[in-house]
Design a protein around this ligand. Sequence first.
Ligand SMILES: C[S@@+](CC[C@H](N)C(=O)[O-])C[C@H]1O[C@@H](n2cnc3c(N)ncnc32)[C@H](O)[C@@H]1O
Ligand SMILES: Nc1nc2[nH]cc(C(=O)O)c2c(=O)[nH]1
Ligand code: SF4
Ligand SMILES: [Mg+2]
Length: 217
Amino acid sequence: MYAIKEAFYTLQGEGAQAGRPSAFCRFAGCNLWSGREKDRERSICRFCDTDFVGTDGQNGGRFDTARALAEHLLALWPEARPDYTGGTPYVVFTGGEPLLQLDPDLIEAMHACGFEIGVETNGTLTAPEGIDWLCVSPKGVAELKQQSGQELKLVYPQEEAHPSRFEHLDFEHFYLQPMDLAPRGEQGNTMAATVDYCMTHPQWRLSLQIHKIAGID
Ligand SMILES: C[S@@+](CC[C@H](N)C(=O)[O-])C[C@H]1O[C@@H](n2cnc3c(N)ncnc32)[C@H](O)[C@@H]1O
Ligand SMILES: Nc1nc2[nH]cc(C(=O)O)c2c(=O)[nH]1
Ligand code: SF4
Ligand SMILES: [Mg+2]
């Protein structure tokens, strides 16, 4: 059984695949925060910008089989539109924490439907085989178990997770993403510090959350 908060068709907003049309599948639940505001400040991850509680979002629900979920996600792809011109379907599994639920059955079912598979994870669980694009985003003091992938995308700044801790790991791309302070109800400029760190440490590139700039999901 898979518990899905929401699913929608949009553009990937972050990292090296930013701008790519994608079916997003947001799993319910996370191991670093309950998702309840009353627990935020005593959680391991305290800056989350996402509601991942329950299965009541757009196209959310509970799916008994991998095939049922894969077909649900394939229906988001705009193939039936008269002006559609093709391209490999791309799914991004996120959450919440997708590695609490993503399993070999679902990977196989998505590939059978013709999808390339991207995953956004906090790296505290090891990833199953077969993911085509793995983005790991380390969090504070949480132990990093998944130490390889296509991109490491660190939200910056985090007192307990300095970039130097991650720069020798086995990733193709290294990104710093300015922390959006709005979810914590704070104001401040994380952009300037992130730009400055990238400019003095050229291994790191800037990732902006372009969906927030574009005003889409
Ligand atoms: C909501 S998380 C879900 C996937 C997974 N739990 C994780 O943390 O990577 C998706 C992405 O948003 C990033 N993110 C979450 N809150 C953010 C914030 N306030 N500012 C910038 N990026 C944020 C995460 O670091 C992660 O890369
Ligand atoms: N457009 C868009 N791109 C994203 N990239 C990562 C996201 C996430 O919440 O995992 C996200 C998201 O929520 N929306
Ligand atoms: S690990 Fe990801 S989903 Fe969980 S609270 Fe942090 S940013 Fe949100
Ligand atoms: Mg998001």
